[in-house]
Design a protein around this ligand. Structure first.
Ligand SMILES: [Zn+2]
Length: 100
């Protein structure tokens, strides 16, 4: 078992998941998605294509607060889920290089 998972209780994670669900229904979130821009790759998407991503994942102690959730496209969201933290950092660096 990943040791991070032992640090955060199931209870805390389900509480934060619930908060995220509420946040997803808020006007604040609708406004954030209305721009259609992915927080990570800065590409333009239809607002309905964006998903809610926690910058610090719930399993690592992140919370569902306005400062920790961002709109992300499916590709970025999937990469973040499946890459190791270090690989994710490399992916972000590559995106930044492409923007320059
Ligand atoms: Zn993206």
């Amino acid at each position: 078992m990943d040791y991070f998972l032992q640090e955060v209780s199931e209870q805390q994670i389900s509480r934060e998941r619930l908060k995220a669900r509420e946040l997803r229904k808020s006007r604040w979130w609708a406004q954030k998605c209305s721009t259609g821009v992915c927080y990570y790759c800065n590409k333009q998407f239809a607002p309905s294509e964006l998903t809610m991503d926690h910058i610090v994942p719930l399993t690592r102690g992140g919370v569902s607060s306005r400062s920790n959730v961002v709109p992300a496209c499916k590709e970025c969201n999937n990469r973040k889920k499946y890459l190791l933290p270090i690989e994710w950092e490399e992916y972000l660096d590559k995106l930044k290089e492409n923007l320059q």
